[in-house]
Each structure stands twice: as C-alpha cells, then as structure tokens.
Design a protein around this ligand. Structure first.
Ligand code: F0G
Length: 433
C-alpha cells in the first residue's frame, strides 16, 4: 500500500486521524483540517508552478477545472479520473477604471465566483467534497444552507454515481432562485421553521446518528477545493499575491480556506509573500467582527438579525476558530457594514457592469470603509472575492431600484418605466420630440 499524502489533523491539539475516517471534529471537540505532506510534494514535484501553468491550456477533462488544475494540492490521494467535476473555477478577475473610481482603489480586481456552474463559489468546495464522498462510498449527503451550499451540493450529487442529497434550508429565508436549484437537481429539500444556525445544529445531529455524510464546510474536504480561489487569483496575477484579499464572511469556511491555500502556496514557493486578509460581515450578523474587536479573546455567538445579505445571515459560524486563526496569522482585519452601505456598494459595482450579490456587496462596502480609514492604502493591490452571482438575488435588485427598500434608498435608481405601447409614448419618454 502506498503512503497516503494527506491526513486529518486537529487545529488545536494536532491529533491526527486517517483521511478516510468519516469525522468532522477531533475527540477534543475542535475542528480538523486536511494536512498534506508538503515536504514530500516539494521533493517529488519541484516544478509545480510550471505544471499548473501548463494545465491552463487544457480544455477538457478534470485538469481543465480551476480546482483540479491544482490536484496535487487539493486531494492528492484521489485519482484524478474519479473526480466529480462540472468544469468549475476559471472565473474572471474584473478590473476597470469605473470600478477603481467607485472604490477609490487604483489596483482593484473583483474575482467573480458567481460565474461558477451553480452561480456561487460553493462549486469549488463541492467538487472536492462530493468527489471525496463518492471515494468513501457513502450513499447519502446532507448540508444546512443559506441557499448556495445546497445548490452546489445538489448539482454535484446529481453528477455523482448513486448519491442521494438532502438539504436543510431555513423556510422562506433563501431566494427563489436558490430554492429552485436543489429542487430541480432532485435533492430532498427540507424547509425548516428555523434560521440557518438552527438548520446547522439539526443537520449535525442527524448526521451523527445516521450514515449520512455531512457536506457543510466543517467537512475539511470541502475547504480543500474552496482554497483554490486564492491559488487561481495568484496564478492569474502571474503568481503574485495581492496586498489584500477582501472577502465576505458567514459560516467562515471560505476565509479559512483562503488562508490555508495561501500558507501552502507560500510554503511551496508558488508565491513569495503572503497577502493580508480582510473579512467583512453584515452588521445584523457580525459575530466574527465583534470577536475581532476583543482580540478574539472570547468567541462571540449571536442571534442573526434581518439582512439583505441572507447568505451570510449566520450568528454562530461553524469555522469560527479556523477563521480567527487565519485573520491573526495574516495580520488581517474584520469589518462590519450597514444595510445601506452594502446596497450602495453593490449598486456601484452593478452599474459598472458586474452583477454583484448582496453578500458580495458586504465585501465591497467593507473595502470602502477600510480605504476611508486608511487601513488599506490607496496604492495597495486589492482583490475582492465576489461569492455569488447577482442574478441569484434578483428580487433584491428590483426592490432596491424601485425604491421598495425603505432602509436602503437607491442612490442611482433605475426603475422600469411603464408606458403605453405607442411610438408617441416611446419618443416622448425618451425625449425624442
Ligand atoms: N457569500 C455567499 C454568496 C454565500 O452563500 C456564503 C455562504 C458566503 C458568502 C459566506 O461564506 O460561509 O464560507 O463564510 N453560504 C453558506 C450556504 C452558508 O449555506 O450557502 P462562508
């Protein structure tokens, strides 16, 4: 038997478990992470950068994916021809004079993870999570979700061989587009009379008692795929890390994955310096921000309040401890923004032609605040992670532009204009005489 490349290790007590063991926490109760043998990887694959660069020209098969291009760093023990992929990743970096002006940041790029197969960054984590589930031979997978994890899990489970999916959604707290996704992909869709944190507690309890594989981001194999967002950004920038990443935070898996990927890339010499990381939350659900204010001496849990950023409406983030470590390790910051701020920031990027979701609007509003405070200097290179496509939340867009959101009056409203279907009405409305 060949020696495995990876195992599971506790982030607190460093206890190790085989990667093939189904477990989400250490016996000490803390979170686990997948550890790869980076020394062996460095010794056996000294040319990783070139290998990853050569794969960029591949058009078909798993290596064409923006996740599996980095196979050696994602799940090296998984044979490449057994991955479940939908061609995720390879998402664009948007940069323009209009965006730079709108966010007062000359060197700004928006990494649009909404241009993934199910329209959110979750596809990256789900291709690795579902591939591992299939590798382990489980029959059922489940997750709690604010709407995007469930969409991705349902789609990838539908692509896998014989995997049944069950999703736990907070009833009437996800958008119609998000709700449609698990339904059409054939997942059992439970709409529960609770919030996301309630769904999260329940799905964990069910998966503890029954042979159902949990695919929330506390499953470390999800984060392995998710971390490729940062790797891909660095590769798109010719292996230069930006000065800052700005990222919205909910359950805190994505920011944890971003940091892990950057640490590994640095250890392997793929990048020569580490970026800084700013996590941003909506004020109604900002436990990580509150913890950061207190130097993370205490873990803050709260009841998440109403926010238009429904995908990050989370009061008790599962990956809190990982995220806090990453923020500290990267000399990072956590910011919190108001509803009107997030909608204004979103509208500014929308107006520049990039379809931004409210959750990503949170990150953009955070950038504005951090620029205004001078925390992020004007000459910094900044990459903001946009986590989902704006069109997953179209009801918010219409409500905002028609002035239906009392607490977020639109700065540049662009409501549809109902007029008579006549040439006279069209010409007079357009001022054509
Ligand atoms: N942005 C979007 C669009 C999301 O859907 C999520 C999380 C986040 C940001 C935050 O990422 O949780 O890793 O900190 N959505 C999860 C879900 C909770 O169920 O879809 P995180």
């Amino acid at each position: 038997m060949t020696t495995p490349w990876s195992d599971l290790r506790c982030i607190a007590c460093a206890r190790r478990y085989p990667a093939t063991e189904v477990r989400y926490r250490c016996d000490c109760g803390d979170l686990l992470e997948v550890r790869h043998d980076l020394n062996r990887l460095r010794a056996e694959s000294p040319d990783l950068r070139r290998r990853f660069d050569e794969r960029r020209s591949i058009q078909t098969g798993p290596h064409a994916s923006g996740v599996w291009r980095y196979h050696e760093l994602v799940l090296p023990d998984l044979p490449i021809d057994s991955v479940v992929t939908c061609g995720e990743g390879n998402t664009p970096l948007y940069a323009s004079a209009a965006l730079s002006a709108a966010f007062d940041t000359a060197d700004l790029a928006l990494k649009h993870e909404g241009e993934n197969p199910t329209l959110s960054f979750k596809d990256r984590g789900m291709t690795s999570g579902v591939s591992w589930a299939q590798h382990l031979g489980v029959s059922h997978v489940a997750c709690a979700s604010t709407g995007d994890t469930s969409a991705a899990m349902a789609a990838y489970a539908a692509h896998a061989r014989g995997l049944e999916a069950v999703v736990f959604l907070p009833h009437e707290k996800v958008s119609p587009e998000q709700l449609a996704q698990p339904i059409v992909y054939g997942a059992r869709t439970l709409a529960l009379d609770t919030d996301f944190d309630g769904c999260m507690r329940l799905v964990q309890a069910v998966c503890e008692r029954h042979p159902i594989y949990l695919l929330n981001s506390m499953n470390s194999f999800r984060l392995e795929g998710q971390k490729t967002i940062g790797l891909e950004v660095c590769q798109q920038r010719d292996w230069r890390a930006p000065d800052w990443f700005v990222i919205p935070v909910g359950n805190a898996g994505n920011v944890s994955a971003l940091g892990k990927g950057m640490l590994e890339a640095h250890a392997l010499g793929l990048i020569d310096r580490l970026p800084r990381i700013a996590g941003v939350q909506a004020k109604a659900a900002d436990p990580l921000y509150r913890g950061f204010q207190g130097g993370f001496r205490e873990r803050v849990r709260m009841d998440a309040g109403e926010t238009l950023a429904t995908a990050i409406r989370i009061g008790d983030p599962v990956s809190h401890d990982k995220a806090a470590r990453i923020i500290q390790r990267f000399h990072g910051v956590v910011e919190s923004v108001e509803e009107a701020e997030l909608m204004d920031a979103k509208a500014a990027a929308d107006r520049a032609g990039v379809a931004v979701c409210p959750n990503s609007g949170v990150a953009l509003a955070g950038l504005r605040k951090l620029r205004a405070a001078g925390t992020i200097p004007a000459d910094a290179s900044v990459v903001v992670i946009l986590t989902a496509h704006g069109m997953k939340f179209s009801q918010v867009d219409v409500a905002y532009h028609t002035g239906a959101l009392a607490h977020c009056p639109p700065t540049h409203p662009n409501a549809p204009e109902p007029i008579a279907a006549s040439i006279e009405a069209v010409c007079s409305t357009l001022g054509l005489g």
